[in-house]
Design a protein around this ligand. Structure first.
Ligand code: HEC
Ligand code: HEC
Length: 252
């Protein structure tokens, strides 16, 4: 790992001289930034920045990157403990990407048509989302907390997730089935996995841990515990629900 040392030193030095204002904002810079963005960011944030797996970037002011410098830092270092990764680009490329991201906010994005207040009702009653999800202090923990979900995911992704949850299941919540050498079979939600062991939560909610050496068969199902709401909610209810979730920016 010693070969990493000069590289890490270079990384550590960088934050010291981040200018306040983006020094690369010409039309040619933005064009180059667009190319970088399409290759590295569009997969999560969408080609026009209106979100998906990543946050909506097509807004006039980014909540966590209002200043040029904070935008640069987020692109460079990512957001810890989230799916937003850091990027290994040189300073000029980082600024060019930032310039393009900034330009995304200048064009109006597709409006969210639903009624968020009506959506809150769908969330609590007909959708019964709190059975599995926490929001603020309420709700269950079979699924991830949805506090602040509107700041993490774009509206189109939220809608797709509710209609057909199996289309995009994060690794962390995959259903797995395993058989041990002793012949025991077990299904559960994967909590954690490393080279030697795997941890699941069984359907009674108890965590279980296994050594991989003791497992003869391990299959991962691309299934989710989240029910599909296709056909269970009307279009209006679905749009209202999405508006409610997109507005849920959490207590930040
Ligand atoms: C693997 C998916 C993924 C990739 C690739 C990705 N992002 Fe993100 N990004 C996210 C997610 C998810 C969030 C929201 C993180 C959270 O708060 O949970 C985010 C947040 C952000 C934010 C913060 C927005 C705010 O709230 O102020 C910015 C800016 C951003 N990303 C820019 C970029 C840029 C530019 C790139 C490409 C260099 C990029 N992202 C690549 C997933 C991704
Ligand atoms: C029976 C339990 C259950 C119910 C009911 C349920 N979900 Fe889920 N949901 C899950 C689980 C488990 C996951 C995590 C695995 C996955 O992403 O498929 C999840 C994931 C999600 C995600 C993705 C979260 C992220 O960080 O991207 C969203 C959004 C979501 N659910 C919204 C809803 C909404 C809205 C409702 C009500 C209409 C709902 N869920 C009802 C179990 C449930």
């Amino acid at each position: 790992m010693f070969w990493l040392a000069p590289f890490l030193l270079f990384q550590l030095q960088q934050p010291l001289d981040i200018p306040d204002k983006n020094p690369h904002t010409t039309a040619a810079d933005i064009e180059q930034g667009k190319r970088l963005y399409m290759g590295r960011c569009a997969g999560c944030h969408g080609p026009s920045g209106d979100g998906g797996k990543g946050a909506n970037l097509a807004v006039p002011t980014l909540p966590r990157a209002a200043a040029d410098r904070s935008l640069y830092r987020i692109i460079r270092y990512g957001i810890p403990d989230t799916e937003m990764p850091g990027s290994l680009m040189d300073a000029k490329e980082l600024w060019q990407t930032a310039a393009f991201v900034h330009s995304l906010g200048q064009v109006p994005s597709a409006p969210i048509t639903g009624n968020a207040q009506a959506g809150a009702q769908v969330f609590k009653s007909k959708g019964a989302c709190l059975n599995c999800h926490a929001l603020g202090n309420e709700g269950g923990r079979i699924g991830p907390s949805l506090s602040g979900i509107g700041a993490r995911r774009g509206a189109a992704h939220l809608k797709a997730k509710i209609v057909n949850p199996a289309a995009d299941v994060p690794d962390q919540f995959r259903l797995v089935q395993l058989t041990t050498k002793a012949g025991k079979t077990m299904r559960g939600i994967r909590l954690n996995e490393d080279t030697y062991s795997i941890q699941l939560r069984d359907f009674s909610g108890n965590p279980q841990s296994f050594w991989k050496a003791d497992i003869t068969q391990l299959t991962e199902e691309k299934k989710t515990n989240m029910p599909a709401y296709q056909g269970k909610l009307t279009d209006t209810e679905l749009n209202d629900l999405v508006a409610f979730l997109a507005n849920e920016k959490g207590a930040q």
